[in-house]
Design a protein around this ligand. Structure first.
Ligand code: GTB
Length: 229
């Protein structure tokens, strides 16, 4: 059955794999599932045709026959449940991997998003310079805890799972901030994820959108076009 996902026609990161279709692409590559990508403009994302697929007018979405899904975590979970390689067979190990999926999206990503939102939309506020270090420290709390738990293990719970896939994509959002680099084992963990052949294929796929002649994006979008991060 043909799978179709949606992604940005133009992304503010110009192909660094930070938009959330990257998670879905990576999961599908790990699962060995071919997929089509429908690229959307910011305008098209808010039109009825796309709102019928995604109530919030965002990417990514996932179409598989009559099934339409949105929310990157739910899509990754769906793919992981139906294909080998992303969730362990053992019931308890599977439950722990799913726990890490939730931890990535519900516990580690929110403080990272708070800082990104502040940088994108609050830069002109008088209190911005005071607030930024507070937000960075909230991230450090979570990274420090995560770093302690990971220790020198390769993955969060024995074998690579969808929990690691989501956690790596969440942590990648910090690259270049200097914060991730304060935790060498987390930096190495992210690098381990990025070194996976499936990750590389997914990354190349999303980058190609921005480097092929027909869709070349020569003008960086204003960050405010990134309504949500
Ligand atoms: N919780 C949803 C999910 O996980 O699927 C969130 C989906 C979401 O935020 N989608 C964003 C979107 O469609 C794209 S990923 N935004 C447009 C809108 O809301 O109108 C967020 C994102 C976009 C671009 C970068 N970047 O270029 O660096 C990083 C993150």
């Amino acid at each position: 059955m043909t799978l179709t996902i949606t992604a940005f026609e133009r992304s503010p990161d110009r192909g660094k794999g930070l938009a959330r279709d990257m998670r879905v692409r990576w999961a599908l590559e790990e699962a060995g599932q071919p997929y089509n990508v429908r690229l959307l403009s910011f305008k098209a994302m808010k039109e009825p045709a796309h709102l019928a697929l995604h109530p919030f007018g965002q990417i990514p979405t996932y179409e598989e026959g009559n099934l339409v899904l949105f929310e990157s975590g739910a899509i990754v979970f769906h793919v992981a449940e139906r294909h080998a390689g992303l969730l362990p067979d053992d019931a308890n190990a599977r439950a722990r991997a799913i726990t890490w999926m939730f931890a990535a999206l519900n516990t580690v990503e929110p403080p990272i998003l708070d800082r990104e939102i502040a940088r994108l939309v609050e830069g002109d506020e008088t209190w911005y310079e005071e607030r930024l270090p507070i937000l960075a420290d909230r991230i450090r709390v979570r990274l420090s805890e995560l770093s302690s738990r990971l220790g020198d293990a390769g993955w969060l719970d024995t074998a690579f799972s969808a929990g690691d896939l989501l956690m790596v994509t969440v942590l990648r959002r910090l690259k270049g901030s200097g914060i991730l680099e304060e935790y060498p084992n987390l930096s190495a963990y992210v690098a381990r994820g990025e070194a996976r052949p499936a990750y590389k294929r997914a990354f190349a796929g999303q980058l190609a959108v921005f480097t092929t002649a027909s869709t070349n994006v020569s003008v960086e979008l204003p960050l405010r076009e990134l309504e949500t991060v």
